[in-house]
Design a protein around this ligand. Structure first.
Ligand SMILES: [Zn+2]
Length: 315
């Protein structure tokens, strides 16, 4: 399904040809915004209002660490009035293209606008952890940068920012509330890769990923064995799939624990690096955060409404 990436030379050639490529038509008078991730696109849609035509390059379920742009994505980027990306190395395969593009049009790395001392460094990854959207307090800061970029592009986004930030604060409060109902000894989140460190810091949970910060890193046998021991010794009952990462490593954990006489179940599928299906509540940023908190709390012995904070999950 992934279209072969364009070589760097081709990219530079197309950049030089920029205006010749057909751009995705925006409605007349609207500002054409292209975002890499769904989370950025959803935020830009909320803040930008009717004057913004926003396209997300990465479809639901895609892995931003590995995502490479297609030709039509490239055309969309070249036709954009404003390009928004996460940065901090998340879009590893698009970084050079986006850096080149910044010489030609407004290109904003929204996670890089968050104060550096709020970010978590990671030695193996070599840069601050890019998964800032999983803590709504950090996303609130990134949203300020998104609003500023939209304003700069001629959209009255600042007016919508306070209500959005209130929504983010309410989401974080809901997550805090339901996650606090999980017995203290069970507050360990085990997932496929290390996407939840900010989430863990926000809610006071331990987090363990089989792979590191990027899904491009390999999970060794030693890491699997280490986590099997953790599951067995701490009597952890559930681990979680991520919609954007294959589940084979998690199945190895479950089998490893079973071989040692401890039953672990799949607690559900979390929306870590991509939102849920388009047109659903889970396909929005608030729905993503609500889904994760609700799923984790319910799977690990806590209490949360089956349909989440607003009764909208699964509808
Ligand atoms: Zn990730």
């Amino acid at each position: 399904m992934m279209v072969r990436a364009l070589s760097r030379r081709t990219v530079l050639g197309l950049l030089a040809l920029g205006p010749v490529l057909p751009a995705r038509a925006a409605s007349p008078g609207s500002v054409n915004v292209v975002a890499t991730t769904g989370m950025i696109a959803d935020t830009a849609r909320t803040l930008g209002g009717e004057g913004a035509t926003v396209r997300a390059l990465m479809p639901p379920g895609s892995d931003p660490h590995a995502f490479r742009q297609t030709r039509s994505d490239l055309a969309a980027l070249l036709g954009a009035d404003l390009v928004l990306w996460n940065g901090l190395g998340l879009e590893a395969q698009m970084e050079r293209l986006l850096t080149d593009l910044a010489a030609r049009r407004p290109v904003v790395a929204v996670a890089e606008a968050i104060p550096a001392d709020w970010l978590l460094e990671d030695e193996d990854y070599g840069r601050p952890d890019p998964h800032v959207w999983l803590d709504p307090a950090l996303w609130s800061e990134a949203s300020v940068a998104i609003a500023a970029a939209l304003e700069e592009a001629g959209l009255p986004a600042a007016g919508a920012l306070p209500a959005w930030q209130e929504e983010l604060a309410a989401l974080r409060d809901y997550a805090d509330e339901v996650l606090a109902t999980v017995p203290e000894e069970s507050r360990i989140l085990v997932t496929a890769h290390d996407a939840f460190r900010y989430w863990g810091r926000a809610h006071g949970w331990e987090v363990e990923g089989i792979q590191g910060i990027s899904t491009e890193s390999e999970a060794g046998i030693a890491r699997i064995e280490e986590l099997v021991s953790l599951l067995v010794e701490r009597r952890i009952g559930a681990v979680f799939v991520e919609s954007s990462v294959p589940d084979r490593n998690l199945r190895a954990l479950i089998e490893g624990a079973a071989a040692r006489g401890h039953e672990v179940v799949l607690g559900g599928t979390l929306l870590s690096d991509a939102m849920g299906p388009e047109g659903t509540y889970e396909g929005t940023y608030p729905g993503m955060i609500d889904h994760n908190a609700t799923t984790i709390a319910r799977a690990l012995g806590g209490e949360a409404p089956e349909r989440g904070r607003l009764g909208r999950l699964g509808s």
